[in-house]
Design a protein around this ligand. Structure first.
Ligand code: LR7
Ligand code: MN
Length: 633
């Protein structure tokens, strides 16, 4: 009995030890990567090496799309790309041909490269949200961040999967991430249901533990040196919410192109985002924007130098009309050997020196690419988690940042490319107009009485259910945020308000015909002729015109300009304060007169096919107009 038992026990021990050994080996095997990086310094060394190896290899890379070049497809590939274009809203075949860690051109201004940033910068959590993003752009985003962020500042990259159901974004993605980044710098977090991009970003922000949150869309490429200027600015001012300069990655060729336009964000009263040039007040505020242009070789550069001789930029005053027009050419002087003075283009080097490195204040952001101190992001209310799928959150966070004590800036030295796709390659559950409803929430909470201007455009939304906004309202109260009027007056003073500080506004009616000026639904980012349509009695934003204190007959961005020849149509063109765009209205006689030419706005005859024209004044009914509202200013 006894020996048998012993024997059996011995066997048990053997089995047990074997199992234990297998377990230990298994554990070591599974956790090899973790154990390999058990110390922080080992992790950092590994990351440093990866970072420097990539930098070293970048210049010598060759292949499709390297250095950010275009991929041009032919024959079968082109056909295939075309057939998939609708689904992906960009050229997936071209993207798939490009290395996931391709090189790009460093499009920064030369001056950016000479800036040295403090060594002890805060750390960043980069959050890339995605729903059913295609494989190659998603991973190219992650690679670009890891490869171009100095490891000591990159705390983590969170790929926030908003409940995607493409098969390759499941196990295959997990495996790729684990194998490619064994140090676990890249993490995947998945939502439990389709959350929409706003709640997805919130989930990402909650999971993040770095000092600074940086959000990116899932089809971006971070460029050289993108991270340091963002972190340095937040270190300097924790209330600054920052956008990189967003470069265009072409949706057809995947070419990485520098924008170089240095635009800032604005908005339409329909609550769509718009790009606009840096306004004059901001150009003046920024120190480096007043740099003189060197007039070499005739004149030496000045600044605070008593030995320098300065010229203003010479604008043109037309000899015939005395119209003053801005010289946007910024020429410098040269000479010919016959010793005549000549104008010539600003030499390349000086053009570059006019591109600046300072932050540019912006009223709004596009939404997808921005950085904020993690603490500050939550302090000012993160996001409105009542917003669904897509749209509106970009203006909400913009208005809120400014109104509640922060500031919004573009950082010219931080460059990130983004594929601007032609449509949304994902579903909108329930087919809801999420931009409309989200915008209602933002208008109701943040825009005070100015929400009326949104509803001008979206009468259809009036009375629709936008959910509960009480938490957001009490947030605004708790933070003691300023009014929307304060925002307009101080942050966006150039924003045109159609029904304030104008002589008159509303429908411009020709009583005899009961026709009104009308944009005929044309896209106001283009130039088009103003038409006539039966008056809609306030039901159509297409018929809202204003007579500004500046004597313009205008819309939000466009002014009616007239060339002066009898009987021609009148285009709506970008307002530029020129005499083409000045009109006077006489309330008693009803005339609207083009000041420079003396011609009258005329309903015209059937020949004009529903377009308004200007003609010699004749006192007839076709030249009589009334505005819906007169402010008597
Ligand atoms: O349900 C969704 N869940 C998601 O996670 C829907 C989308 N998403 C992800 C999506 O995979 C993508 O990574 O959210 C991100 C943004 O969606 P896009 O790329 O379809 O949006 P967009 O680039 O057309 O739109 C811009 O405006 C949006 C308004 O809600 C967001 O703020 C986007 O981030 C924003 N993109 C940019 O600002 C990039 C610069 C372009 C400009 C102008
Ligand atoms: Mn996008």
């Amino acid at each position: 009995m006894l020996p048998r038992l012993c024997r059996r026990n011995r066997l048990d021990w053997k089995i047990l030890s074997a199992v234990a050994l297998i377990c230990i080996i298994g554990y070591l095997f599974i956790n090899y990567d973790k154990l390999k990086f058990s110390g922080n310094s080992e992790k950092l060394n590994f990351r440093q090496k990866r970072f420097f190896d990539y930098q070293a290899s970048e210049a010598s890379r060759s292949g499709h799309g390297e250095k950010g070049t275009a991929v041009l497809l032919q024959d079968e590939e082109k056909k295939l790309a075309d057939s998939l274009f609708e689904k992906e809203a960009f050229n997936i075949i071209a993207s798939d041909k490009i290395a996931l860690d391709r090189s790009v051109v460093d499009v920064r201004d030369l001056r950016c490269k000479s800036i040295t940033y403090p060594k002890d910068l805060p750390t960043a959590s980069v959050i890339v949200i995605f729903h059913n993003e295609a494989w190659s752009p998603l991973l190219r985003t992650a690679h670009s961040v890891v490869n171009r962020s100095p490891p000591q500042y990159l705390h983590e990259v969170i790929l926030l999967d908003d409940f995607s159901d493409r098969p390759e974004l499941g196990e295959k993605l997990r495996k790729y991430v684990a194998e490619t980044w064994p140090d676990q710098i890249v993490k995947i977090v998945r939502t439990k249901e389709r959350s929409g991009l706003i709640r997805a970003r919130l989930a990402g922000a909650k999971a993040a533990t770095g000092d600074v949150l940086i959000f990116l869309d899932s089809h971006c490429e971070a460029n050289t040196g993108w991270l340091e200027p963002l972190l340095a600015r937040i270190k300097e001012d924790r209330t600054a919410v920052l956008c990189p300069e967003i470069d265009l990655i072409d949706k057809n060729t995947l070419q990485y192109g520098g924008t170089g336009s240095y635009s800032v964000g604005g908005f339409w009263w329909s609550l769509h985002f718009s790009w606009r040039p840096i306004p004059e007040h901001e150009q003046k505020r920024r120190k480096s924007s007043v740099d003189p242009i060197r007039l070499e070789p005739l004149l030496a550069r000045i600044a605070d130098d008593r030995t320098s001789v300065l010229c203003p930029i010479v604008d043109a005053i037309d000899a015939n009309t005395l119209e003053y027009s801005r010289n946007s050419g910024y020429n410098v002087g040269g000479f010919s050997w016959s010793l005549h003075f000549t104008w010539r283009d600003v030499p390349d080097e000086d053009k570059k020196s006019r591109k600046y490195t300072d932050p540019v204040r912006s009223p709004t952001m596009a939404g997808g690419l921005f950085a904020a101190s993690r603490e500050f992001f939550f302090e000012i209310g993160a996001y409105d988690d009542g917003m669904d799928v897509w749209g509106g959150e970009n203006l909400e966070i913009s208005f809120r940042t400014w109104m509640c004590g922060g500031k919004l800036e573009f950082i010219p030295c931080s460059r990130v490319g983004h594929i601007f796709r032609s449509s949304h390659p994902y579903t909108f559950p329930g087919n809801k107009d999420t931009h409309g409803i989200n915008s209602m929430r933002l208008a109701e909470v943040w825009m005070d009485e100015y929400k009326r201007l949104f509803y001008f455009h979206r009468r259809d939304l009036l009375g629709q259910d936008y959910g509960d906004i009480s938490e957001r309202k009490s947030l605004r109260q708790k933070l003691n945020c300023k009014s929307f009027k304060w925002f307009l007056d101080n942050v966006y003073p150039e924003k045109f308000i159609p029904d304030e500080n104008v002589h008159a506004w509303g429908m411009v009616r020709n009583p005899a015909s009961n026709l009104c000026l009308d944009t005929l639904q044309k896209d106001e980012k283009t130039i088009f002729d103003i038409g006539l349509f039966s008056c809609q009695n306030g039901a159509s934003a297409n018929e809202v015109f204003s007579l500004s204190l500046n004597d313009e007959l205008r819309r939000e961005e466009g002014c009616m300009g007239f060339s002066g020849s009898d009987g021609t149509r009148i285009p709506l063109e970008p307002c530029n304060n020129s005499s083409r765009q000045k009109w006077k209205h006489d309330k008693d006689s009803g005339t609207i007169t083009h000041t420079a030419s003396g011609m009258c706005l005329d309903k015209a005859d059937e020949m004009s096919n529903g377009f308004v024209v200007a003609k010699k004044c004749n006192g007839k009914d076709s030249q009589k107009w009334t505005f819906e509202h007169y402010l008597d200013l």
